[in-house]
Design a protein around this ligand. Structure first.
Ligand code: LER
Ligand code: MN
Length: 272
């Protein structure tokens, strides 16, 4: 399990992303603090210089684990459920560009907010499935993993739970599609985070580790020793990223998050 810092070139202090602003600084600080990877949140794939970013991953030995695509939905209204076909096509084009970058960086692609909302649109789930299948066809050609992330009910009016996500993964039936578990959303939607992680089993491809108040693990009331124990029990070996609010500030949050989780991992003898 590799621990990743979250970063974005778009500054939005309300967003649960540790490093906002200069990406090269995020790489430098991430490496300095002991992270083993970085998760990049981009509005458009060309928000960053691709060749320079590839060079920076090598310079700091910090691979890009995943590209978060939600800004395309939140800032540009692009989703896989939109009633307008031109919007869905634009969403797929946006993802296609992210996919090219993901292939270059050997990263995964996250589909969270792009799953959209369904209220008032009886074809929304059909549109979503069509788009996700196309997305997974592209992913299969590019050898990229697509991570589908359920969000809590206050961010999305459907696709909130592990059960709904596993059903979609089964329908799409692609080896390139995995489930992304975000412990903040799970804390709102799942009866038991532990049981739901167990249910996901080998479909789990990635984890957002974040506490009940969307701050770094240790600042809220989630039981991360039990969560980590479960990840070991289900043989999860994918990336773990800290998609957390930079509270009280990004340096303190980034350092405390990795310290806290590494301490728990060593108590659980995960570092052996
Ligand atoms: C994306 O990973 C996520 O968790 C969203 O809630 C961000 O708004
Ligand atoms: Mn998340």
């Amino acid at each position: 399990m590799k621990l990743a810092i979250s970063a974005t070139p778009v500054v939005a202090n309300f967003a649960p992303i540790l490093f906002q602003g200069d990406i090269e600084e995020a790489f430098a600080k991430g490496a300095e603090y002991g992270y083993e990877g970085i998760e990049l949140h981009l509005r458009e794939a060309h928000d960053i210089d691709w060749d320079k970013t590839l060079e920076t991953t090598r310079q700091y030995s910090l691979p890009v684990m995943a590209i978060g695509t939600g800004a395309g939905a939140r800032m540009d209204g692009l989703t896989f459920t939109d009633a307008d076909i031109t919007v869905r096509e634009k969403a797929l084009q946006r993802i296609e560009e992210h996919m090219k970058l993901a292939k270059l960086l050997d990263a995964s692609i996250i589909i969270g907010s792009m799953n959209g909302n369904i209220a008032g649109n009886q074809n929304a789930k059909k549109y979503h499935l069509e788009c996700l299948k196309k997305c997974c066809q592209l992913a299969s050609g590019a050898n990229v993993t697509v991570l589908i992330e359920p969000l809590n009910r206050y961010e999305s009016d459907w696709l909130n739970t592990v059960d709904e996500t596993l059903e979609i993964i089964e329908k799409v039936n692609s080896n390139n599609l995995k489930y992304l578990a975000d412990t903040f959303h799970m804390n709102i939607e799942e009866a038991s985070i532990i049981d739901s992680l167990k249910k996901a089993g080998e479909k789990l491809g990635y984890v957002h580790l974040v506490d009940s108040n969307r701050q770094i693990p240790g600042n809220g009331h989630l039981l991360f020793d039990k969560i980590l124990r479960t990840l070991i029990d289900i043989n999860f070996d994918g990336p773990i990223s800290f998609e957390c609010l930079p509270v009280p500030d990004r340096e303190t949050a980034s350092v405390s998050a990795i310290e806290y989780i590494k301490k728990l991992m060593s108590l659980l003898q995960m570092d052996k």
